[in-house]
Write a protein that binds this ligand. Structure first.
Ligand code: SF4
Ligand code: SF4
Length: 146
């Protein structure tokens, strides 16, 4: 009989402890987010994949196609092409591709750019099972951003 009452009191004590923890947590501020409906604030120094930066005056990429970023990348992730339109003196960027499967986010490309033409993006929710989805056309991406 005493084993029976021990079980009853043990169960009641455990229930009371559990409810007190629940009550305490219930009144604490909520720190979880309803992802993906709620988007977190991305820290200023967050390193997403690199992205091209637009010249706000012309609406075109700041990149002058010098190729320094491509040469400084230790993993060979960047592939870019610039062409001189007829009658123009400067090259225009026609392709800027990033193979993110090889990128270590080291930042060497960004440091090597003297024109502030690339930076880390704030993209954080990349997900795919296909390797090809991680080869980004950054020029197209910039154009789509408007
Ligand atoms: S270093 Fe800068 S300007 Fe030169 S190709 Fe790379 S992004 Fe363009
Ligand atoms: S962050 Fe580093 S690894 Fe990634 S593209 Fe730039 S230089 Fe290459």
């Amino acid at each position: 009989m005493s084993a029976y009452w021990n079980d009853v009191f043990g169960g009641a004590k455990s229930l009371a402890i559990g409810l007190s923890i629940t009550a305490r947590e219930f009144f604490k501020p909520v720190i979880t987010m309803q992802y993906p409906w709620e988007v977190p604030e991305i820290p200023e120094r967050y390193r997403g994949h690199i992205e091209l930066v637009k010249n706000e005056k012309t609406g075109k990429p700041k990149c002058i196609c010098c190729g320094m970023c491509m040469r400084s990348c230790p993993s060979g992730c960047i592939s870019l092409v610039g062409k001189k339109p007829e009658g123009e003196k400067k090259k225009v960027l026609t392709k800027y591709e990033l193979d993110f499967t090889k990128c270590s986010l080291c930042g060497s490309c960004i440091e090597s750019c003297n024109f502030g033409a690339i930076r880390f993006s704030k993209d954080y929710n990349l997900a795919s099972t296909r390797k090809e989805d991680y080869v980004f056309d950054l020029l197209k991406r910039l154009e789509e951003q408007g």
